[in-house]
Every structure is written in C-alpha cells, then in structure tokens.
Design a protein around this ligand. Structure first.
Ligand code: GDP
Ligand code: MN
Length: 388
C-alpha cells in the first residue's frame, strides 16, 4: 500500500529523519496566512498524489510569497495530476503540502527495500539524486551503491559512515547520514514496509542533510499488525477499476489495451495475455477469477472488466479442473443476458465438461463466440477488438 508524502514525512519525523517544517491543506483559502506563520518564504508547494515524477509534471513548484503558494493550491486542488507514473488519467489532487524551501547544493538518492536475490534488507544510494533510479540503473549503473543489512546484527553505524564517504559527504554530514541510515532501517523493520525512498536527499548550502521528498510503501499483508498505517490508506488515489476488483476479491491489474480478460489461474491469465500480444492485440487487464468460479463470481468479473470504457471485446479462458465448464457456461450466459453486455464475448472452455459448456454457449443465441482452442479464441478476440 502506498501513502502520501506528507504522511511519510510524519513517520520520518518519528524516526529522527530531518525534514523541513511543513503543513498540508485541503483548501486554498488560508494557505497564505498559514504559510506566513511557517516562514516568510520562499516555499516549495507540492501536490499530494500517489505518484512520483510530480516535479516534471508541474505538480511541484518553488514560490516566493504566501500569495503565490495560495495561488498554486487554488490552481491544483480538485484537478488531476498526470505524471509519467500516474497512468493516463492521473491522480486527484485533494491536498497540497507547503514546505519551507531549502537551498539545495547537492541532490542524493537513498532507498531501502528487500533485495529478493540476496533476501536481505538493502540500502541503495547514489550521488545522482533527483532523477529516476530506473534511468540511472540503465545509463550509469556504476553510480548505484548497495549495502545489505545482516538480520542478526542489524544495521551498523559504520556501514552508514562508509556509504556517506562513498557519496562524497564530509564533516558533520557523515554522522548525519549514518543517523538517517539507521533510522530508515529501523522504520523499515518496525513498520513492515516494502519501500522507503528519499529522492532527493539534499545537502543544503548550509551543509546539512534534509529529506526533500519521502515515499513509503507498506507491505499490505502486514497491515493487520499496524492499524495506524492502515488508517493512512487513501482510496481516492486508486484506479476505480481496481477498487471494484479488490472489493470482489479478484487479482486484477488494469492495463492499457482493449481486450478484457477473464481467466481462472494466474499462470493461465499471463499465458492468455501473452498470446493476445503475440497475435497483435492488447489486453485491457489481468484478471484471475480464482478457483471458485461460480455464476455470481463470473457476473461480478464481467462487471469489473466492463468498468473499463476501453474494453472492445472480452475473452474468457477457463480451464476446468475441479470447476465444471458447463456451470461456467451457465454463468457466462446468465451474465451476458442480465448485464446486457454489448461487446462480443469470446469463450474458450477446456477440461471438465467442456463439450457440454460449449453446447450451452452455441445454442443460447447471444453474442457469445465459443472457440475450440486457445489460439483460435485469441485470434477471434483480436479480430473482434479491431473490428469494433
Ligand atoms: P517528485 O518529482 O514527485 O519526485 O517530487 P520531489 O519532491 O522530488 O520534487 C521535485 C524536485 O523539486 C526535486 O528533485 C528538487 O529539485 C525540487 N525541490 C524539492 N524541494 C525543494 C526545495 O526545498 N528547494 C528547492 N530549491 N527545490 C526543491
Ligand atoms: Mn522525488
């Protein structure tokens, strides 16, 4: 689960990480006055959305006066911010963070995550902060430093100091960095996080370290241990397609294509997306209906898929092991009839009672095409999506 920058900065404060004085507001009115009480200016004003790359999209600005801070808020509140990471529809801006601006001398990068290859909590750092770490990994991989944390001894201050020297830090900055290093590790473990990212970690012109940005992802499976973290959830930032799928208990990932996919089993769902791509089509989603594909579940899955206005055709791919394909066929027929699905539905049933299922679909007189095998189904789906 993702949380907002202002929430992450509150947690940073708890763990002794340095952040500039800030406040958040949901309304533009009054921001100028509150900003003036915080500092005479200049300020950094930032849209609070679950996305990075806000700066390049105009969602972060350096302003000189309280009035300009208020104007920035008035411009953005209630709008959607589209960034390189947000998806084409962007994320709603419901809050603005106003922070005392810092004089930046250098921008560093620091993050913590689990390195799955070494199975250790790992601190990643780079002197090339402010830019995307993904780009850096491709263009200048030698600039990325990594330190693995031993889970028996825990993080050691000397590891932090060593990393500080490699980042070119000097004097008091070395111990400041070691403190941040230890703080991040402690926070990561105690709060059951999956990511902490500070980009940029700034060296100010005065020579101090400061966390100018703050990103935290929590491990959703550990939220039951952290009710205080679960409260930080902001469903407004979620894709509406995902919200419905999560409520229904499906594994669902929205994608940019136009062929809606309903499949039982994650592996089969990935294979289905692969063959669609391979035949020149584009899947609109990943959706695993799971093992208990009843009529109600099939109906709900159709509703989830149709929540996406881009869907031009639906491809159903069910392998009946325990699940009976004739029951699935009844479910599909019922769903197409009741929800009045207008886009073509291509169905491939295989396994337990598949022939009976196919017969039900062929004789129902609805806009359902039943295919003999997976390749034929995908070919028909790609053609149907192109024809629409
Ligand atoms: P992101 O684009 O979503 O990652 O948002 P950031 O919080 O990282 O802000 C984008 C950029 O704004 C940073 O990389 C900095 O260059 C700049 N920025 C952020 N805070 C300050 C500040 O206090 N002073 C100055 N001068 N620039 C800042
Ligand atoms: Mn950033």
């Amino acid at each position: 689960m993702n949380i907002h920058e202002y929430q992450a900065k509150e947690i940073f404060k708890e763990y002794g990480l340095p952040v500039a004085p800030f406040f958040v507001s949901t309304k533009a009115t009054g921001i100028g006055k509150a900003a003036y009480e915080l500092a005479p200016g200049p300020y950094v004003v930032k849209c609070q959305v679950h996305s990075g790359a806000r700066g390049k999209a105009g969602g972060v600005a350096l302003v000189q006066t309280p009035a300009e801070a208020e104007a920035f808020a008035a411009k953005w509140l209630g709008k959607r911010l589209v960034t390189r990471q947000s998806g084409p529809h962007g994320k709603p801006v419901n809050r603005i963070l106003i922070e005392r601006a810092s004089n930046i001398a250098r921008e560093l990068y620091v993050s913590a995550t689990i390195d799955r290859a070494s199975a250790h909590l790992t601190i990643i750092a780079s002197e090339a902060g402010g830019m995307s770490i993904e780009e850096l990994a491709v263009n200048q991989p030698e600039k990325i430093l990594k330190v693995a944390i031993d889970e028996l001894t825990g993080p050691q201050a000397y590891q932090g100091r060593e990393l500080a020297y490699k980042l070119g830090l000097q004097g008091k900055q070395v111990n400041q960095f070691a403190k941040i290093f230890l703080g991040i590790c402690k926070m990561f473990v105690q709060k059951d996080l999956s990511l902490v990212e500070i980009n940029p970690l700034v060296v100010t012109k005065e020579g101090d370290l400061l966390c100018c940005d703050a990103k935290i992802n929590t491990d959703p499976y550990a939220l039951y241990r952290h009710p205080e973290m679960a409260e930080l959830d902001d469903p407004s930032q979620e894709d509406p397609r995902v919200a419905r799928a999560v409520a229904a208990g499906f594994s669902y990932v929205p994608l940019e294509g136009n062929i809606g996919c309903m499949v039982n089993g994650a592996g089969l769902a990935m294979g289905t997306m692969d063959i669609i791509k391979n035949l020149g089509g584009a899947p609109a989603n990943f959706l695993d209906v799971g093992g208990t594909a009843t009529k109600e579940r099939v109906m709900e899955a159709f509703k989830v898929i149709l929540e996406d206005p881009n869907v031009k055709c639906i491809m159903v791919n069910i392998f009946g092991g325990i699940v009976r394909c004739d029951m699935i066929a009844e479910g599909i027929r019922g769903a197409v009839e009741q929800i009045k699905i207008s886009v073509p539905v291509v169905v491939r049933l295989e396994g337990n009672q598949a022939q009976v299922g196919e017969k039900i679909l062929n004789e129902c007189g609805l806009n359902i095409v039943s295919a003999r095998d997976l390749r034929q189904a995908a070919t028909l789906a790609v053609q149907a999506a192109k024809a629409e």
